[in-house]
Structures are given as C-alpha cells and as structure tokens.
Design a protein. Structure first.
Length: 336
C-alpha cells in the first residue's frame, strides 16, 4: 500500500510541476524539473509489485523475468539524473542562459545513449551513470544551500538525490558480489529506501509552491481583522477589476490594500511637522500604528513617515507586525 501511495504522491508532484510550466514561461530548467520528477514517478510506479509483474509480462520471449521492469526502473533513474543535471549545470557560473539549451541537448543525448547501453549490455553500467550524476547534483546542491524558500527546497531535493546515489552504489556492489536477487513481490529494505528518496525528491521539487501557499494562508489569517477594518473604512482601495484568485495573489492584494488604506488615513502621504518621527523600535512603532488604526480620532496622530515600512522590512512583514499588534490590542480589550 505504501508503494502505491508513494507513486501517487510523486505523480501529484509531477502534475504540480507541469502546472507551473503552463502558467510560467517554459524555460529549459523548468522543463528539466518536470522530466526529472516524471521519471521518478515512473520509477516509483514500476516499483509496485503488481505493476512490475504486468510490465514483465510484456517482455520479449527468451528474456528472463524481471529484466523489463528492472530496465524501466534503471532507465527512469538515468532520466532523472540527466534532467536534474541540466538544472544543476544552470546553477554554475560558467553556464549562461544562451548556452544552457545546447548543454541540455548534450546531457539528454548522453542520457539516451546510457539508457541504450544499459538495456543492451548491463544494468550495472546504468547504476554507475546514476551514481555519477547524483554526485554532480549533490555537489551543486551543497554549493547553493541557504536559508530561503528556494534553499530549503534545494536541500530536500539534494538529500533525496544523495539517497539515490547511495542506493545506486549498493546496486553496483550487489552486482559484483553476486548477491541473490529478491524475488518479484518480496518486500525488502531497499524498497523503503527508494520510497524515501522518491518522496524527498518530489517534496523538494514542489517545496517552493507549498511553502509559499502555506505562508500566504498564514498571512491572510494574521491580517484578516486589520484588513476588514481598514477596507471597511476605505472601500476605494479595493479594485473591482482584480482577478487574482490564487492564495499568493490574494495575500499580496490584501497587504497592498491595507497599506493604501493606512496612507489614506494618514492624509494621503502628508508629512506633519507637529508629528514626531517614528522610533527605531519596530515593535513600538507597530504598536503605535495599530492603536492609531483602531482609533484614528484619538490622541495619537501619525503621518506618512510612520506608515512607510521600516528600513530592512518588506511591506508584507510590516503589515504582519501591525496586524499582530492590532490583534493583541483587540484581545486585551476583550479581556478587559
């Protein structure tokens, strides 16, 4: 059952990558990621015993059982390393957008030749290609790690590729030690390892989309009360022709609407001489803006200097800080 679930999840990741290519320009790197994840999905599918048996039933006469399904799996992992190598090569300074397409054609050609040699000669050769490709991908991934959304996705994807490289080495070792092959349908520890590798690669490939969606949902939840108050006070900040339906676009629109409403409440960008400059403390400044947003006719008067995001903070982060302070004051009032 877990093998079926793994294959389903990887195919979902492949579908998500296809959707990303359809809504954004189909660059060489984006297409390569689609090919890579689809290859992993194919390998995960053929790893299911029922599917493996069905594939082996299509083998030519005189070919031993398991040859065709094993050949498809090895070929799929060669396709994965080839496509991912295209993406990895694009991250190196020596590669430009102009020559990436020529590099991709070369890498794909090497991958096709490797598949042909693997099927005609030895699966061990194919696993060696997978291992070498995995080393190049892991080295490139380690060079590009950082604590960003993209960096976290690269880390997960690279970890999965490292597992694939290690398993490919074990397959080579098993071939040279003449280890007994596992009968079809018999579970073994390697299946779980391949599942883990497939899931890591799939999650890494869609990590950016998933994290951005989660962060947008959290942002919408955090600014809901402040947005409702400010838009109710200044409905003109909402453009009636806005057609963005995705969660990320909706979150960006609401942040912009809150900022526009705050500027309108402050006098449309007017700087007042009697208003002191904002403090350096972001928390103190956010608390003051939140109190003023709640009661614009109170004792606090602010101008555009207070509304502008502090240095080093994005408009989204600034609106989040104001919304948190606004919610905190609302909770304090409710308790009192």
């Amino acid at each position: 059952m877990t093998l079926w679930l793994t294959a389903l999840l990887v195919w979902m990741a492949a579908g998500a990558r296809v959707g990303r290519v359809l809504v954004k320009p189909a660059t060489t790197a984006r297409v390569a990621i689609v090919v890579a994840v689809a290859a992993v999905a194919l390998a995960a599918t053929v790893a299911v015993p029922e599917i493996a048996v069905a594939v082996d039933n299509l083998r030519p006469s005189g070919v031993h059982a398991g040859w065709l399904s094993d050949g498809v799996v090895v070929s799929a992992w060669i396709a994965f390393t080839s496509a991912t190598s295209v993406v990895a090569f694009a991250a190196w300074p020596v590669c430009s957008r102009r020559n990436l397409r020529q590099v991709a054609v070369t890498i794909y050609s090497i991958g096709l030749v490797s598949v042909a040699i693997t099927l005609a000669w030895s699966f061990t050769f194919g696993w060696a290609v997978v291992a070498l490709g995995a080393v190049f991908i892991v080295v490139t991934g380690l060079r590009n790690l950082d604590w960003t959304t993209l960096g976290r996705g690269i880390a997960i994807y690279t970890t999965g590729t490292a597992v694939v490289g290690g398993l490919a080495v074990l397959e080579i070792q098993r071939a040279f030690t003449d280890a007994a092959a596992v009968p079809p349908g018999e579970p073994n520890w390697a299946w779980q390892a391949w599942e883990v590798a497939s899931l890591l690669i799939a999650f890494g490939a869609v990590w950016i989309v998933v994290e951005l969606w989660v962060r947008a949902r959290l942002l919408l939840s955090q600014i809901r009360l402040l947005h409702r108050v400010m838009v109710g006070r200044f409905p003109e900040v909402v453009a009636h022709d806005q057609t963005g339906t995705s969660t990320q676009l909706k979150a960006s629109d609401q942040v912009a609407q809150i900022m526009d409403a705050l500027y309108l409440q402050s006098g449309g960008g007017v700087v007042l001489a009697e208003v002191p400059p904002p403090p350096r403390s972001v928390a103190e400044r956010a608390d003051t803006v939140a109190q003023w947003a709640r009661n614009p006719l109170g004792d606090v008067a602010l101008d555009a200097r207070w509304i502008a995001p502090p240095e080093g903070i994005s408009p989204r982060g600034w609106v989040q800080a104001i919304a948190r302070a606004y919610d905190a004051t609302s909770l304090a009032r409710a308790r009192n």
